[in-house]
Ligand binder design. Structure first.
Ligand code: DAK
Length: 260
């Protein structure tokens, strides 16, 4: 697929996808969502890619929301189709067996916060702003915001952001656990890439099992979730990387992981 609204680059096991409509503050339309879905599929099936970074072009926005100009005259059925495309794409990214790091370089509003919450890690620049302002334009979140936000920061705080519509800055987002780390804007990409490179060197199968156990165990009863964890952990014993990691520890040397 030829991309018009995103940039895709891959090097040394890390693929970086950049939303690239800076004049519209990277607002998310259906074409861009379709391109994101294609990129996620590509990353998922390319064995050379171990980690995905998601960011926005420019210094002002990650994604300033779903594209309001596309939605303004929508009837319920096209709106539902736009929502389904978004849900399918974000769930695919969220459950893909490789880590995804969001580098949030400015506004992440509405759909932007929803996209960020579908990533495994959120690193933000100091100028980043978050929120679910849909209520201010007669909507509610349509790409999982009501559900992921309540799970991530708790029901009370999610209601405050979603029903109040206010924005919060990166410092507050960090305080409430919406983002993992905050950096000055000019350090954000370097720090994100450093973290991604570290992940790319770790045993890929164990990373996949950790993500799987957390994602799919979270909503289960504790007994079932612990059972899922045991099965995932047991599977790690089928890999050369587990043998290498433990031998290296016992031999007091650095492990040489091969990703299998
Ligand atoms: N959609 C379309 N264009 C946008 C946009 C957006 N969300 N956000 C910004 N832009 C465009 C502006 O229209 C402007 O375009 P021009 O006038 O230059 O052509 C350009 O980006 C620069 O924006 P501003 O001139 O407004 O820049 P400022 O620095 O003054 O303000 C701002 C920045 C981020 C505070 C402001 O642009 C803003 O408030 N933007 C809207 C933020 C927002 O309300 N976001 C939430 C959108 S609703 C669903 C699926 C998903 C969702 C719901 C339903 N279904 C499929 C049904 C989710 C909905 C949302 O995300």
């Amino acid at each position: 697929m030829e991309y018009k609204n995103i940039l895709f680059e891959a090097a040394e096991g890390v693929a970086t996808v950049t939303f690239n409509r800076p004049k519209a503050l990277n607002a998310m339309n259906s074409d861009t969502m379709g391109e994101l879905m294609d990129a996620v599929n590509r990353i998922r099936s390319d064995e050379a890619i171990k980690v995905m970074i998601l960011t926005g072009a420019g210094e002002k926005a990650f994604v300033a929301g779903a594209d309001i100009s596309q939605m303004v005259d929508m009837r319920p059925q096209p709106a539902l189709a736009f929502m389904e495309l978004g849900h399918e794409t974000l769930r695919m990214m969220e459950t893909m067996p490789k880590p995804v790091v969001a580098a949030i370089n400015g506004f992440a509003l509405g759909g932007g916060t929803e996209i960020a919450m579908s990533c495994d890690f959120r690193f933000a620049s100091e100028n980043a702003r978050f929120g679910q302002p849909e209520i201010l334009i007669g909507l509610i979140p349509g790409w999982g915001g009501t559900q992921r936000m309540a799970r991530l920061i708790g029901v009370g705080r999610a209601k405050e952001l979603i029903m109040g519509g206010d924005q919060i800055d990166a410092k507050r987002a960090y305080e409430i656990g919406l983002v993992n780390r905050v950096y000055p804007l000019d350090q954000l990409m370097a720090e994100t890439k450093k973290f991604a490179a570290k992940l790319a060197r770790l045993p890929g199968f164990a990373l996949k099992m950790a993500k799987h156990a957390i994602n799919f165990g979270y909503d289960l009863s504790l007994d079932n979730a612990n059972r899922l964890e045991m099965e995932c952990c047991a599977q790690c014993f089928s890999t050369d990387d587990q043998k290498e990691g433990m031998k290296a520890f016992l031999e007091k040397r650095k492990p040489n992981f091969k990703g299998c």
